[in-house]
Ligand binder design. Structure first.
Ligand code: GDP
Ligand code: MG
Length: 441
């Protein structure tokens, strides 16, 4: 992609800002790259609209090639659409046993993934895990799970011939509870195609077992079919996450983006081979790199963001010197805080703050506050961020709704911004000397 974009941007290097036309041209290339990576068309469209908005009007920074800059915007956008840099951990918080239900089509990798997950939970999380096969139609499938259990030294519910999936579920729950297992993994039966009978069975099992996690296991190599499967399952079962198998053979990663966008569900793991330890925690950065078709994209993006950070810091310094500080600047500060490990990370660097931490938690000051503030600022339009005075009651209401908070929270962010802007203004008025004094404080 970068090569393609370099072609587009060679002509426009050195201009002030990325124009609509430049961006449109670049996005045509991005579109082709995404389609080649097997991203579903509606998802491509949604993504292009989103990235276009991000890129248009973005200032061209002299030390960064516009092509790299757009690649960075696209890369960041992909990560966001894939669910962010932080993986969503598997939830096992429940009165034991925490039930993890594995659903999916036959051959998608449910049984293998059950064992991989069991191994992970025992090895890394020191959980006591039991597995049970509900695949009553294929005795060989039950035997397969029993074998895997032996291999990784994880308990498997003994097979009783003639039981229904629901009966096995009840027995597994009781047995896991009595024997004090932390986690019970239920490996369900799969059919070649979606069918009603199977869906009803899985739905009934879910109702009885009340899983904390219901994971859809899907074969990433089946591309668009996997996306349809995910949507169909999600319509019938309250899924909590996805596991995409055969990622080791999927060089493009497009199905992953589609699946995430269509279902809105977090991708929790990637199956990366047939062996029992071949299960990776989902890493959006790696997948975004794959989609852009560039092995060295991470290095490139890191370089670009360093340069961008540098340029932004300089720009910020110039603005501050003029006494300006808008809501974008506040958002930038929040970003910086997050990068330093959030409030906890920053506080952790200060001695003797353990007590204060507790007080802060009590008064609701924590990292969620940073996220909330960011959500509020990003629900504002570009113009509103530059001119907070525009924010009347109806705009505030819209922003609060967009960020999923109360108008009060919006007001709180604005107050904080006003206070900081006042300080900046005072500093600028006092001249360089005063500024140094205050910075030292
Ligand atoms: P199930 O019918 O959904 O239970 O699927 P299985 O777990 O039996 O897996 C079907 C086949 O896919 C087996 O041969 C597995 O070894 C293979 N398989 C499962 N996950 C992966 C994966 O992540 N990568 C590769 N290469 N093969 C996998
Ligand atoms: Mg199976």
């Amino acid at each position: 992609l970068n090569e393609r974009l370099t072609g587009v941007f060679d002509r426009i290097t050195g201009r002030g800002a990325l124009s609509e036309k430049d961006v449109a041209e670049a996005m045509r290339e991005v579109r082709v790259a995404l389609l080649e990576a097997d991203v579903a068309l509606p998802v491509v469209k949604e993504f292009i609209a989103f990235a276009t908005e991000r890129a248009t009007g973005e200032e061209v920074i002299r030390s960064v090639k516009p092509a790299d800059q757009v690649v960075k915007i696209v890369y960041d956008g992909l990560i966001e659409m894939l669910g962010g840099e932080e993986p969503v951990p598997l939830n096992t918080n429940a009165t034991p046993p925490a039930v993890v239900l594995m659903a999916g089509l036959q051959g998608s990798g449910k049984t293998t993934t059950s064992a991989k997950l069991a191994l992970r939970l025992t090895k890394f999380d020191r959980k006591k895990v039991m597995m049970a096969s509900l695949d009553t139609r294929r005795p060989a499938a039950m035997e397969q799970l029993a074998q895997l259990g032996k291999q990784i030294d994880v308990a498997v519910l003994p097979i009783v011939a003639g039981e229904s999936a629901v009966q096995i579920t009840r027995r597994a729950l009781q047995s896991a509870k009595l024997q004090g297992f932390d986690v019970l993994i239920l490996d369900t039966a799969g059919r070649i195609t979606l069918d009603e009978g199977l869906m009803n069975e899985v739905a009934e099992v879910a109702e009885i077992a009340k899983p904390v996690e219901t994971l859809l296991v899907a074969d990433s190599l089946t591309g668009q079919d996997a996306v349809r499967t995910a949507a169909a399952f999600h319509a019938r079962l309250p899924l909590t996450g996805l596991v995409l198998t055969r990622a080791d053979g999927d060089g493009r990663g497009g199905a992953m983006l589609s699946m995430r966008a269509v279902t809105g569900l977090p991708i929790k793991y990637l199956g990366a081979g047939e062996k029992v330890d071949a299960l990776d925690v989902f890493d959006a950065r790696r997948v975004a790199g794959r989609i852009l078709g560039q092995g060295d994209i991470v290095a490139l993006v890191e370089k670009a963001s360093q340069d961008l950070d540098q340029a932004k810091a300089e720009k910020m310094a110039r603005k501050l010197a003029k006494g300006q500080f808008d809501l974008d600047d506040l958002a930038g500060q929040l970003q910086q805080m997050k990068r330093m490990g959030g409030l906890q990370g920053i506080m952790g660097m200060l001695p003797g703050v353990a007590k204060m931490k507790g007080q802060m938690a009590e008064s609701g000051i924590d990292d969620r506050m940073i996220l909330r503030q960011e959500a509020i600022i990003s629900s504002m339009t570009k113009v509103e961020r530059k001119k907070p005075d525009l924010l009347n009651a109806s705009r505030k209401k819209r922003i609060a709704a967009g960020a999923g908070v109360d108008v009060q929270d919006v007001n709180r962010v604005l107050k904080q911004h006003r206070q900081m802007a006042d300080v900046v203004k005072q500093m600028a008025r006092g001249g360089p000397k005063k500024m140094q004094q205050m910075a030292a404080m």
